[in-house]
Design a protein around this ligand. Structure first.
Ligand code: GUN
Length: 330
């Protein structure tokens, strides 16, 4: 399976005109492009293409389920206010659902919706047997209590994996769901043949959505019950980390999830590292990541923004919605 994916990645790389065999040879022989003053541009980790494949796999499982006479999975998305980025994310999530045969409903709420009305809607959706997943797009307007909202979602249909019960299960090594963006990162590594076990991994950013759960997944022991456990040696760096550049340079795999455009520069990256860019920042009207483009001259491989981790996150949301439906089947 892994070899199959490595072959897939190589096909992607070849299609992009990057001479991967040369890179592979350089790695095998311990040849270091930095020392020799030769820069081979980083391999582009094409999340869009990988996500398309995963979404195809999910669509096939959904079709099989429906052919067996079961309900199609259903996702309810709650969007509060008119944050333009959130609107785009929710639209993309719903479109991906529909393409995979997953039903989706949008509940757009006014920016000034009351906490009580929002909690009432969540309670109604929790009780609806056609709803197998609830997603409350974050961030919420400041007058709403985000923690109370997350706590209100039934943990068995908490497809974001934000509910404390699900965070606790993940931390204990018995995950009900994997959180979408961390899972997207790990699938991207796994499916392009990048092993995490025993590796030095540095995650920059300690958010509840990405950094913290990602560090947790990377450090978890890989077991039958927990197939995405990373078995890695993990450093979780953040805004108070001293000597961030030095810490980052230790990483064989470096993952940036801070929300600061171009924070990670070439000098902070160990030559030959695999770099994932989880940043989604708007700069001069353009979507850019946390990783400076110059890192492509140093890294072995790099996930782009857009078209990297973002599409993988959506694919993992579909996976969780299907998984929730399967678990509710009994
Ligand atoms: N806001 C940014 N990322 C996410 C996500 O993965 N899920 C939700 N619900 N909100 C987000």
């Amino acid at each position: 399976m892994k070899l199959e994916w490595r072959a897939f990645a190589l096909r992607v790389i070849e299609a992009q005109g990057v001479s991967h065999p040369r890179r592979a040879h350089a790695h095998r022989s311990g040849w270091n492009s930095e020392q020799h003053g030769v820069h081979v541009p980083a391999i582009r980790l094409d999340g869009k293409l990988l996500a398309q494949t995963i979404r195809g796999e999910i669509a096939a499982r959904v079709a099989e389920r429906v052919a067996d006479g079961k309900h199609a999975p259903g996702l309810a998305a709650i969007l509060v206010g008119d944050n333009p980025a959130s609107r785009v994310y929710v639209r993309n999530k719903r479109k991906a659902c529909e393409e995979a045969g997953i039903r989706s409903w949008l509940f757009p709420l006014a920016a000034n919706v009351s906490q009580r009305d929002l909690l009432n809607l969540i309670a109604e959706l929790n009780a609806n047997p056609e709803v197998h997943g609830i997603l409350v797009q974050l961030p919420l307007p400041p007058h709403l209590d985000e923690k109370a909202v997350i706590d209100a979602v039934d943990p068995t249909i908490d497809v974001d994996c934000f509910h404390p019960e699900n965070v606790g299960l993940l931390a204990a090594g018995y995950p009900r769901f994997y959180p979408c963006t961390p899972h997207g990162c790990l699938q991207m590594l796994r499916r392009t043949g990048v092993e995490t076990a025993g590796k030095e991994v540095v995650v920059v950013g300690r958010s509840n959505i990405v950094g913290k759960p990602l560090a947790m997944m990377l450090v978890l022991k890989r077991t039958e019950m927990n197939p995405m456990g990373g078995d890695a040696t993990v450093t979780l760096a953040h805004s108070q980390t001293k000597n961030l550049a030095e810490v980052c340079r230790r990483a064989e795999i470096l993952i940036a999830a801070v929300g600061v455009p171009g924070l990670i520069t070439a000098g902070m990256v160990r030559p030959g590292a695999v770099v994932l860019d989880v940043g989604m920042n708007t700069l001069d009207g353009k979507l850019v990541g946390d990783v400076h483009p110059g890192v492509a001259e140093v890294a072995d491989s790099l996930s782009p923004v857009p078209g990297g981790v973002g599409p993988m996150t959506i694919a993992m949301l579909l996976e969780n919605t299907l998984r929730a439906a399967e678990m509710l089947d009994g």
